[in-house]
Design a protein around this ligand. Structure first.
Ligand SMILES: Nc1ncnc2c1ncn2[C@@H]1O[C@H](COP(=O)(O)OP(=O)(O)OP(=O)(O)O)[C@@H](O)[C@H]1O
Ligand SMILES: [Mg+2]
Length: 583
């Protein structure tokens, strides 16, 4: 998991991380130097106060510092200032570097989120359809945070603290190897036993809490989406109690995750007190008081650095493991992304204008949804000529919408080929981004103005005149004119301030706004009254020849004028021809 998290960073980012970590590690050397210095100052003071002969290592030290001819008080003062500067310097630089690491990771997180989002939205449509919105949103946002700021951030803390502890313990070996090894064994064993248990617990709680969190979010969304259905059955309360069940499970995991750092704090405090008592007792039994105090002072000075470091290490490990648990779902999503077939981009000149209607060819196209074992579209071959009005009819659930998704490249065929003007749909779209218009069976809108819903924020060059004329074509001009803010009216989340028929017509104008040369229409008149339906049929008639139209329709009225009708049953074209030949 750690390796997967690092794989999210580019080579350059990894180098930056390494560099920052190395600087951070070199700072720990300052830490150790200052601890040693404090030990020396305490010993020096003790010997000095009692006016006793200095031991040889202290003499050598004083000589090395060039402090031989300075008074005893001055020696202490100078050394204390140096120790102070070292300690404060290390703390301040650590703060600066930590801020740098945090900023770096947060910015990388934002970048990786958008990279993963790009990969995900470039997947075929069935990839997204098979996942719940709450899962997708989490995997792309908080899951990525957990993988980067969480996993990598905690790993770098763990790494730095392990290094610091190693350096401190190595230096302590120099003062008293026996005590050092004993305390290393003591803390090491305690830490090892505890962290093994906690690591698994925190990873487990991390991934379980994400699962409950997502379920609870989905429950809220479902409750609102099904508002009226639940209302008439008086079933809302059941949803609330299901939600409470889920949140209670979540509460259990969250409480555990929050409590674990406290456990590590308490157990560290207890082990420190016990350790210090043992150390003091052993020293006073072994040595004279003076020797004992100077050794103790070094170890206690070290303890002021060691204990927060152990605490940070333990908490770093807990957060590392819980972040691993929380980012699992993101990695599962990333692992399931399939690379898209490489496009021959040399061939593509984006933004070309099409001058005439498109042709469409399907050759033995077969398609099966990922989680199903039946072909929804079975070896369909057909040819739609430039400017033809082609219609797909057939019973519900027999593969019409799926076939339309395949034709425009939103789904990839399991086998067979599809070509619009001789290009695979994806390449065609790259080459002629204005070439295709599409009206979905259920229209979807964003909570932005009518203008932005029509242009999708892309075609800034579309003039107001063009928008009004398209609205006129679909019979919406008067409706929009009567709104106080006209084109700037915000249509509400999912367009709920519009009626179903208005949405359908707005969706139609969105398809027409770029002056496409091929139109894919999935029952564009299903929610319209007879008159509106006729006017749409009229509209299609009026663009006949200039635009190729592929339309799914249940109501036969609308496809009477079609050049060709293909009747689809069980994913196979069973009849094909003119209206009079089919019905
Ligand atoms: N994401 C999916 N995963 C698995 N099966 C799916 C998926 N989407 C659709 N199907 C199945 O594919 C079949 C064809 O669905 P499709 O939407 O293409 O039918 P349709 O002919 O457009 O029906 P309708 O007239 O009701 O719109 C159905 O049996 C449906 O259950
Ligand atoms: Mg359909």
């Amino acid at each position: 998991m750690l390796r997967k998290s690092f794989a999210l960073l580019s080579k350059r980012d990894k180098k930056i991380m390494l560099l920052i970590s190395l600087i951070q590690l070199s700072l720990t050397v300052l830490d150790v130097l200052s601890i040693a210095l404090i030990g020396i100052i305490v010993s020096l003071s003790l010997f000095g106060i009692q006016a006793r002969e200095l031991p040889s290592y202290l003499n050598e030290f004083i000589e090395a510092f060039g402090l031989v001819n300075v008074s005893f008080q001055m020696q202490i003062a100078i050394l204390s200032i140096v120790a102070g500067i070292l300690l404060v310097g290390k703390t301040l630089s650590s703060a600066v570097i930590n801020k740098r690491i945090l900023t770096f990771l947060e910015e990388k997180t934002a970048q990786v989120m958008s990279d993963v989002l790009r990969q995900v939205i470039n997947q075929p449509y069935d990839y997204l359809k098979s996942r719940s919105p709450a899962d997708i949103v989490y995997s792309l946002t908080r899951g990525v945070s957990a993988a980067l700021s969480g996993v990598i951030g905690s790993a770098s803390i763990v790494f730095a603290e392990v290094f610091l502890l190693a350096v401190i313990f190595c230096s302590l070996l120099f003062f008293d190897p026996f005590i050092t090894i004993v305390s290393l064994l003591y803390f090491g064993t305690l830490g090892f036993v505890q962290s093994r248990k906690w690591n698994n617990l925190s990873e487990d709680s991390g991934s379980k809490s994400v699962r409950s969190l997502l379920l609870s979010e989905t429950q809220i969304l479902n409750t609102f989406a099904l508002y009226r259905e639940l209302w008439v059955k008086n079933a809302s309360e059941i949803q609330v109690s299901n939600f409470l069940d889920t949140r209670m499970k979540l509460a259990k995991h969250e409480a555990r995750l929050r409590f674990l750092p406290y456990v590590s704090k308490y157990s560290l405090e207890i082990s420190l007190v016990v350790g210090a008592l043992l150390l003091t007792a052993s020293q006073f039994l072994q040595r004279d008081a003076l020797g004992a105090i100077s050794i103790l002072s070094v170890f206690l000075a070290a303890a002021t650095r060691i204990s927060p470091s152990i605490l940070r290490l333990q908490q770093g490990l807990i957060s590392l493991r819980s972040s691993i648990g929380q980012s699992k779902i993101t990695f599962r999503m990333i692992d399931s992304i399939k690379p898209r077939p490489k496009l021959d981009m040399d061939y593509v000149f984006a933004g070309e204008q099409l001058l005439e209607a498109c042709s469409l060819i399907l050759k033995d196209v077969t398609f099966k949804y990922q989680d199903s074992d039946q072909n929804v579209v079975n070896e369909i071959s057909l040819r739609i000529e430039k400017g033809e009005f082609f219609s797909l009819a057939g019973p519900s659930g027999n593969g019409k919408s799926t076939l339309l998704d395949l034709m425009m490249g939103a789904l990839q065929p399991s086998s067979g080929q599809i070509q619009i003007n001789g290009l695979i749909p994806e390449l065609f779209i790259k080459k002629f981004p204005y070439g295709i218009g599409y009206v979905a069976q259920e229209s979807t809108f964003m909570n932005v103005s009518i203008r932005e819903n029509l242009t999708l924020g892309v075609y800034d060059s579309v003039s107001d005149d063009e928008i009004w004329s398209v609205l006129e074509m679909v019979g919406l001009r008067d409706t929009v004119l009567s709104l106080p803010l006209k084109l700037e009216t915000v249509v509400g989340e999912r367009g709920q301030s519009l009626s179903t028929g208005q949405k359908q017509r707005l969706s139609f104008s969105r398809a027409l706004i770029t002056n496409p040369k091929i139109l894919f229409l999935d029952e564009p008149t299903s929610s319209l009254d007879k008159d509106s339906e006729l006017s749409i049929a009229q509209l299609i008639k009026s663009i006949k020849g200039q635009v190729t139209v592929v339309m799914i329709a249940h109501r036969l009225e609308t496809i009477k004028d079609a050049d060709t009708i293909a009747y689809i049953e069980n994913g196979v074209i069973t009849r094909q021809g003119k209206f009079s030949e089919i019905f």
